[in-house]
Design a protein around this ligand. Structure first.
Ligand code: GLC
Length: 437
């Protein structure tokens, strides 16, 4: 039977074209169970660009002029529809690095302090359940030993495959592993309208190579703009190859089809119980390392991100931008460690839960599991906390960290009181026991 007639793949592809969870096949719905339960993952934007302490890929200066005229120099784009890539962004990602410098950064890339087990250990002790690593960003540099281009980790003095190292460390630690792979490529000579078919062949072979090298890849985070149609990447063929090797893979919505989840970026997704989503957020506003002058968000903000994601029905993919030495920025490591400490005592209100039943609001969000509802109060209203009516009867209530919560249930809704001494900053979790799920 040829791939083209494979009914399992045809079903998989039909599912990939369906945005709504309920419209997908049963097997497709089940495929995401572990991921929905996981809630919290680590995104890793790291490659030789960290040496320049300027934004990964976007800081690459394309102009031959005085080095300031970024806006006049759009990135190479497949441009099949007259689309020019993100010109308005280019101004933001400063300092710009002249291309003669940027494309040679890898020659000085020697992350001698990188310890894959320690790195993955930081994700694990943060309570993260999966890790997505940038294997190739828009700049085209490959963090693994690929046969399809010399522009890869083996051309650095470090000379060790950083994708395999990370994937294996994840396997050892029991952390699920996934790859970020950018279709955009501002280095490969075939990327662009004239030789797109050849470029797609390259891309498909690289993804295949990664899947074969790292048998534990369970997620692919593609990265192109939503307005690029799947036909541009020969998407059906690409998905077919992927499906053949990894039928249970989870793929995001950045390959021209809705696939498994949407990916709000630098913002928390909206309450949605019909479509899976994962917000990717940064500690500094930048994806890759920006030096120590770039402020890092406090732990409390990171925690609110996670709680708001869980309550909205989504996941949080929290990005780290490691140093060129291979270490996680100590300020980010501190936030991660505190997330882990918080999750060690409050994890039951996050892991394995689903969003709702109360829609998110100024007060915070709610999560639920079985006959238990967790109301996460991030901001106490001046008056009482009043939530919409609930179908089930509340038979008991308490504060997760200890202390009592008084709940009045009427047709008008649910009134919740917690004494100020029993409230927790930044999140007071009120546990409601319902009579039935
Ligand atoms: C965007 C950016 C990219 C980043 C990604 C993460 O598409 O171009 O730099 O890696 O989002 O979601």
């Amino acid at each position: 039977m040829s791939d083209a007639e494979d009914p399992a793949f045809e079903q998989y592809w039909a599912d990939a074209l369906q945005p709504k969870w309920a419209d997908k096949s049963e097997s497709s719905q089940r495929r995401l169970d572990w991921w929905r339960d996981a809630k919290f993952g680590m995104f890793v934007h790291w490659d030789p660009s960290s040496l320049a302490a300027s934004e990964i890929s976007w800081s690459k200066q394309f102009s031959d002029d005085n080095g300031e005229q970024l806006l006049d120099n759009p990135r190479p784009s497949p441009d099949l529809h007259g689309i020019r890539e993100h010109r308005f962004w280019l101004d933001w990602f400063k300092p710009a690095v002249p291309r003669e410098v940027y494309d040679h950064l890898h020659k000085s890339f020697y992350p001698g302090m990188f310890d894959a087990d320690k790195f993955v250990g930081a994700a694990k002790s943060a309570g993260m359940k999966y890790l997505i690593q940038v294997t190739k960003h828009h700049n085209g540099f490959c963090m693994w030993d690929t046969k399809f281009t010399d522009f890869n980790i083996m051309a650095t003095p470090y000379h060790r495959d950083l994708v395999v190292a990370m994937a294996q460390a994840c396997a050892r630690a029991g952390i699920r592993y996934g790859i970020y792979y950018s279709q955009r490529d501002w280095h490969h000579p075939d990327y662009g309208p004239e030789r797109m078919a050849r470029y797609n062949e390259y891309m498909s072979r690289q993804v295949e190579e990664l899947l074969v090298k790292c048998p534990n890849i369970e997620v692919i985070f593609f990265d192109c703009e939503q307005y690029y149609p799947w036909q541009l990447w020969d998407g059906k063929k690409l998905f077919q190859m992927i499906h053949r090797l990894r039928p249970k893979i989870i793929i995001n919505d950045r390959c021209g089809v809705p696939a498994d989840c949407t990916t709000p970026e630098q913002s928390i997704g909206e309450y949605n119980l019909e479509r899976d989503w994962e917000s990717c957020m940064t500690f500094t506003g930048f994806w890759s390392w920006h030096g120590f002058q770039a402020p890092v968000i406090p732990f409390e903000e990171c925690l609110r991100h996670l709680v708001r994601c869980a309550g909205g029905g989504g996941n949080l993919l929290m990005n780290v931008g490691p140093l060129p030495t291979g270490q996680i920025d100590p300020r980010e490591a501190d936030r991660l460690q505190r997330m882990g400490a918080w999750l060690a005592t409050n994890g039951e209100s996050i892991y394995g839960t689903r969003g709702g039943p109360f829609p998110p609001g100024d007060y915070g969000v709610s999560t639920r599991q079985g006959d238990t509802v967790y109301v996460h109060v991030l901001k106490w209203p001046e008056a009482e906390l009043m939530l919409p009516p609930l179908a089930g009867r509340v038979i008991a209530s308490r504060v997760l960290s200890g202390g009592s919560a008084v709940v009045q249930q009427t047709d008008a809704g649910l009134k919740i009181f917690v004494a100020p001494s029993d409230r927790q900053d930044p999140d007071t979790i009120v546990v409601l026991q319902l009579q039935r799920p």
